[in-house]
Write a protein that binds this ligand. Structure first.
Ligand code: MLT
Length: 311
């Protein structure tokens, strides 16, 4: 009897592949290569992806046998969940697998920006010993504004508390009392923008959040503010950020995500005070192991016709 085909379109951990075991025919393709994906998807009963594979209505229509799309990570913005649901295809993710890694990367980006670590590192390796050029700022006594106090935003708040910062957050879905328990004061977006020394984004990419931080918002911030985005590209409008940096209306930015990825060229790269990483928020061994094993378990259950609990 033919084994069900599980198409792995992006790298998942060995531990995840081990969970799938020998009951499936595991095939691999490069999900960022549209032609390869469309030709490989026809036989697949399950598709495993990360964030680089766009699973839209066309891909779903090309996959008549598909029963489950498994996202080894949190964000579902690269999956057309409505089209999948209409086609009777289940969509699962691993909603807590990488939240610690994302929060830790955020703290790393905040500190990298505050202390000019990547710039000083590159200069020193290039033979330049420049101490005053890379004078930074402390976090102590500063105001950190968290956009989105969900799972990752909360972990960021927890990790930043010992630095002696004041924590503000904007999140219309969180109760003030719940935020207060975490030592965070909920405020309106404009107050957060006006008061923060660091603004960090922890929102999903949706119609409502794309361009949430645009020209108007960047006119409200302090010129000493640093913006951090380890969530999704496009939530901070890149053109508006470029203009704000060019005009000295913001002191710096630390970006892990971009409106279009992969992003190897951007006008934002011209600024020395912009620190960048290539969407590494979830890229730790621990997070990838959790994401891989969680989605592999969900795929097994889904293909066995069993209930798939929230991971
Ligand atoms: C996620 O949404 O889980 C992250 O962006 C991680 C990833 O896909 O690598």
């Amino acid at each position: 009897m033919n084994k069900p085909v599980v198409l792995v379109a992006e790298e998942i951990s060995e531990a995840g592949l081990a969970v799938l075991g020998a009951d499936f025919e595991v095939r691999h393709t490069d999900g960022s290569n549209r032609t390869a994906l469309l030709s490989a998807i026809g036989e697949a009963e399950a598709l495993i992806i990360r964030s680089a594979t766009q699973v839209d209505a066309e891909v779903i229509a090309a996959a008549p046998k598909l029963r489950v799309i498994a996202r080894a990570g949190v964000g579902l913005d690269n999956v057309d969940v409505e089209a999948a649901t209409k086609a009777g295809v289940m969509v699962v993710n691993a909603p807590t697998s990488n939240i610690t890694s994302a929060a830790e990367h955020t703290v790393a980006m905040i500190l990298a920006s505050a202390r000019n670590i990547p710039q000083a590192h590159a200069a020193l390796k290039g033979g330049e010993w420049k101490r005053s050029k890379y004078t930074g700022v402390e976090l102590d006594q500063k105001v950190v504004g968290i956009l989105g106090l969900g799972k990752i935003g909360q972990l960021v708040a927890q990790r930043l508390q010992p630095f002696g910062v004041e924590l503000l957050a904007y999140d219309p879905y969180v109760q003030p009392a719940r935020a207060a328990q975490m030592g965070v004061r909920l405020v309106q977006l404009d107050e957060l923008l006006r008061r923060s020394d660091f603004i960090t984004v922890h929102l999903p990419k949706t119609k409502e959040t794309i361009g949430l931080i645009g020209d108007r918002e960047l006119q409200l911030v302090k010129p000493t503010v640093r913006l951090i985005n380890v969530a999704r590209g496009g939530i901070i409008d890149e053109n508006a950020l470029y203009a704000a940096l060019k005009e000295g209306r913001v002191a710096g930015a630390a970006l892990d995500v971009f409106a279009k990825e992969p992003c190897t060229e951007s006008p934002l790269f011209e600024f020395d005070n912009v620190v960048v990483t290539p969407h590494l928020g979830a890229s730790t061994h621990e997070a990838q192991e959790k994401a891989g094993t969680q989605v592999a378990r969900s795929v097994k259950l889904a293909l066995a016709g069993e209930f798939v609990p929230d991971a």
